[in-house]
Design a protein around this ligand. Structure first.
Ligand SMILES: Cc1cc2nc3c(=O)[nH]c(=O)nc-3n(C[C@H](O)[C@H](O)[C@H](O)COP(=O)(O)O)c2cc1C
Length: 200
């Protein structure tokens, strides 16, 4: 059975903000005919290098398999900003993708990034860039978020031309502003449209 094309929305989230963003990105993807969102998360990594999580998460999206990444038509990848970079669990997952790199499975597929951070200038853009680097090694086509989305100009919280972001503040506020939601959805639509275009 051939499966219908999907954009993989892949993320790590400890406190729920990035998970909330993933829902809005998926909503944008699902508004485009002919493609759907598949939402997946990565497990925690352990201090003792043993597997830290059960095979199925207690809550939220299922854990992503390498096959699900290999077969996607596009990828939206999200992480909290940790010291201006992606969080270790997501990097750990990416570091297991050498076979996909060797076989060129992700070449010419579109990818984009999203993040949540507690401070306005604490490295949101830099975190998105950290997710871009390995995906360029994979030959993916990186997408930003154009300023035709007026929320980028008006936002007083998250939102960058490099990808959607959320300002969670020190209280780990998971509720997105209307501008942040709109930018997540716009990013979802854009990656879905580009996935369809690049599949042809
Ligand atoms: C280890 C660690 C490092 C962090 N580094 C930053 C940072 O550099 N800049 C920032 O603004 N927030 C930083 N934060 C805050 C998280 O990015 C923020 O709480 C984020 O919204 C969490 O996303 P989540 O709710 O999806 O887990 C850090 C948090 C942790 C635990």
């Amino acid at each position: 059975m051939t499966q219908s094309p999907y954009v993989l929305v892949l993320f790590y989230s400890r406190h729920g903000s990035v998970a909330e963003m993933a829902k809005h990105i998926a909503r944008g993807i699902n508004k485009i005919n002919g493609i759907e969102a598949k939402v997946r998360q990565v497990p925690e990594v352990s201090d003792t290098t043993k597997i830290a999580s059960p095979a199925l998460p207690d809550a939220g999206a299922p854990y992503c398999t390498l096959e699900e990444l290999a077969d996607c038509a596009g990828l939206a990848i999200g992480s909290p900003s940790y010291f201006g970079s992606m969080a270790a669990p997501l990097k750990h997952f990416i570091d297991q993708t050498s076979t996909l790199w060797l076989t060129g499975r992700l070449i010419d597929k579109p990818a984009c990034g999203f993040t949540s951070a507690s401070t306005m200038h604490g490295g949101q853009e830099q975190c998105i860039h950290s997710m871009m680097t390995p995906l360029l090694h994979h030959g993916m086509v990186w997408l930003g978020l154009p300023y035709k989305n007026k929320e980028l100009i008006n936002t007083t919280a998250g939102g960058t031309p490099y990808g959607a972001s959320h300002l969670a503040n020190s209280t780990n506020e998971t509720a997105l502003t209307d501008d942040e939601k709109a930018l997540c959805e716009a990013q979802g639509k854009r990656i879905a449209e580009m996935a369809i275009t690049l599949q042809k």
